[in-house]
Design a protein around this ligand. Structure first.
Ligand SMILES: Nc1ncnc2c1ncn2[C@@H]1O[C@H](COP(=O)(O)OP(=O)(O)O[C@H]2O[C@H](CO)[C@@H](O)[C@H](O)[C@H]2O)[C@@H](O)[C@H]1O
Length: 663
């Protein structure tokens, strides 16, 4: 695995990944780069054009650049100051034409790239590149005068990214937002594990090519060898790139985090590898011909990626690397924080003086026995402390005692860099007029297909076929967060009415068996589908009349957005993103203002949930035109990723203006 196998790859240890400024001696973790020398230089239009051919990297001579012992590779580095040398042997192999222009500090400010697609258009980015080292895009969107916006090199780090891996909203966001940002002209890489679990899902990774780039990471008391696989989609080489980190610890049955026996015991190890790999990827992987380099924005998602900002601050920036990068922590789920015993700190490969960043002490009441000192390491806390900016769906809530899961004080202390952005939805995947998973298509102009979807769902689940019976749905992780305990409590009351209720979910085994038991008790009214099944989730969203979401907290929530798009009326707890996106129905509102898109109840109690549900059911039965109005208003809402991406860009701009976190 020591060689580059993909002939379109190109890299040199250029200013992009070393930023070798005159008179500046810098060291960075001993990543040894293994990309072969440049083969030919010509000039064209005043640009340096480099023709590249490829050699086996194992033949390259490598040397460590010194610095810390975080990472080392079995592939060699090449000094950026060395003149490119011609590789006679491979001179005639196909390669890229690539030109670069550097500024006085050695940073690349322009390039010429001939796409490998065979189309010979030369992209000249020089005139579009600004002082931040990133490309400017002409943006006319409805403006008389063209506005200029900046394009960034963005590196998503995530445990999940649909369609490759998904257990919930994290997968949805990291599958869609990168594409939306790429469509707006940014260069986007998604770094995530290459999970192989021996099922058909493994096929998701078949198009990903082994980059032939092995890397050794020192952590957990040993040397871990990881590999990188990558895939680019939709014909554009330098965007929409997924880089999969490969290691045997990602190859096992189950979902990304656990199996039937519960969470994997080595998740801290597995996601530490991901974070180290993500920090190195922009420096060493010549995707589409050139690396992302140091001036990038890391979008680190949830605790799994939380070590990235800590590594940047503790291991890279002290050595002058990633000084100009920024990290943005995106919090999707605050209840999972990556907490492990304090003794595991030494496994992480971080300098001892950085213990304080991750240090976590449980309150006395949460300790298990008299000798328990409550000391732990908390990866998410470390990320909150060291990230340059913080993002979530609904920002205020996580700074409160109720919504902060013990981190509210730390989050409050960083309020000045904390923002909330409502997620978008993938309107191609979630489109009732073209959804491949549903029985009949429909749209706001012709709603007739929706009842066909309801009938098909009742048929599929073996429920009595009753198009007029209110059909309530729930989709989600069977987790305390989702208020599943409240549903369990209220189920006898709900099912006492003449309704049908279907639930799809997996998670806590006690709730899974409760769903099975309830199905046995209420054969004609209730179905509980235990498992994770995307097609069924589409069919429930389309076939139900009402979607119930009594979440305890919900930074954003996606199911209520999908429901509205499918004319299914959400009944939600008024919390976080649910409160923001579901407007309470008001039968007395004047047409066109404040009529609402669903029911949003508070407080989170059985009584208030039942009251909201009863209102919804009554409106469905007795006020057909009001119901149709609710459906239409929900279907009209615009929650595209395009909108969310524009808000992300604003945060990128703020992040790039502020200085980076330095200890
Ligand atoms: N059994 C099952 N079978 C098939 N599909 C299933 C399923 N269970 C869940 N899903 C799907 O997983 C996604 C769940 O997304 P949510 O945003 O509603 O919740 P989640 O808590 O995972 O996300 C967290 O991150 C997202 C993204 O930031 C925030 O919106 C949210 O508030 C936060 O809790 C939806 O696409 C849903 O259809």
């Amino acid at each position: 695995m020591g060689s580059l196998q993909v002939t379109r790859l190109l890299s040199w240890k250029s200013s992009l990944n070393t930023a070798a400024k005159a008179g500046t001696t810098r060291s960075r973790p001993t990543t040894q780069l293994g990309f072969p020398p440049l083969s030919k230089m010509t000039t064209k239009n005043g640009f340096l054009m480099i023709r590249r051919s490829f050699t086996n990297a194992s033949t390259g001579s490598g040397s460590s650049s010194g610095g810390t012992d975080a990472v080392s590779g079995n592939i060699s580095s090449q000094d950026s100051s060395s003149p490119p040398v011609e590789d006679e042997k491979d001179e005639n192999k196909p390669g890229y034409l690539l030109g670069q222009e550097k500024d006085g500090s050695g940073l690349v400010i322009g390039f010429h790239l001939i796409p490998p697609s065979g189309d010979h258009e030369v992209i000249d980015s020089r005139k579009d590149i600004d002082g931040y080292g990133v490309k400017k895009i002409e943006d006319v969107e409805g403006e008389d005068k063209a506005q200029t916006r900046v394009s960034y090199n963005i590196v998503f780090v995530t445990a999940e990214a649909a369609p490759y891996s998904k257990t919930g909203g994290l997968g949805d966001v990291c599958g869609s937002l990168p594409v939306a940002l790429a469509a707006r002209g940014h260069r986007v890489m998604v770094v995530s594990p290459r999970y192989l679990n021996g099922t058909a899902a493994d096929e998701n990774f078949t198009l990903a090519k082994d980059l032939g780039c092995c890397m050794k990471i020192y952590c957990f008391g040993g040397e871990q060898e990881i590999a990188f696989f990558h895939e680019y989609r939709e014909g554009v080489d330098w965007v929409r790139i997924s880089v999969f980190v490969d290691h045997p610890s990602y190859h096992r049955p189950g979902n990304p985090y656990g199996d039937i026996n519960g969470a994997f015991g080595d998740n801290q190890f597995r996601y530490t590898l991901l974070c180290y790999a993500a920090c190195e990827a922009p420096l060493v992987l010549p995707l589409g011909g050139f690396t992302y380099g140091e001036k990038c924005l890391f979008l680190v998602n949830d605790w799994h990626a939380g070590l990235v900002p800590v590594l940047l601050a503790s291991k890279y920036r002290p050595h002058g690397v990633y000084k100009d990068a920024r990290s943005i922590l995106v919090i999707h789920n605050l209840s999972h924080q990556g907490v492990e015993p304090a003794a595991t700190y030494k496994n992480l490969g971080l300098p001892s003086e950085w213990y304080g960043a991750l240090e976590w002490v449980f309150p006395t009441w949460a300790r298990t026995h008299a000798l328990d000192t409550g000391e732990a390491v908390n990866v998410l806390k470390g990320a909150i402390v060291t990230a340059d900016r913080l993002l979530t769906g609904y920002s205020w809530e996580i700074t409160t005692v109720e919504g902060g899961y013990g981190l509210h004080e730390i989050l409050s202390s960083r309020k000045s860099v904390l923002n909330g952005i409502t997620n978008g939805i993938d309107i191609t995947e979630w489109n009732p007029s073209s959804d491949e998973h549903i029985a009949s298509h429909y749209s706001i102009d012709d709603l007739s297909g929706k009842v066909q979807c309801k009938i098909a769902l009742q048929k599929e689940l073996g429920l009595p076929i009753r198009p007029d019976c209110p059909l309530i749905g729930f989709i989600g992780r069977l987790d305390h967060q989702k208020g599943i305990d409240l549903i369990r409590l209220a189920a006898p009351e709900i099912l006492a009415d003449d309704v049908q209720f279907v639930m799809l979910g997996s998670g806590d085994p006690q709730f899974e068996s409760w769903m099975r038991d309830t199905e046995a008790t209420y054969k004609d009214k209730y179905r509980g589908w235990v498992g994770f099944n995307v097609p069924i989730s589409h069919r429930i969203t389309a076939g139900c009349d009402i979607l119930l979401m009594p979440s305890r907290f919900e930074p954003c929530g996606l199911n209520q957005l999908y429901a509205m798009r499918y004319g299914t009326i959400p009944v939600v707890h008024a919390t976080g993103g649910l409160r923001d996106t579901v407007e309470n129905f008001n039968p007395f509102a004047r047409e066109g203002s404040g009529e609402g898109t669903g029911w949003s109840f508070s407080p989170l109690s059985e009584e208030s949930m039942l009251t909201a549900l009863r209102f919804a059911i009554r409106t469905y039965r007795e006020h057909k035109s009001s119901w149709e109005g609710l459906m239409r208003r929900g279907m009209e809402k615009d929650y595209t990723w395009e909108n969310a991406a524009i808000q992300y860009e604003q945060v990128f701009e703020w992040a790039s203006i502020d200085p980076p976190y330095i200890h």
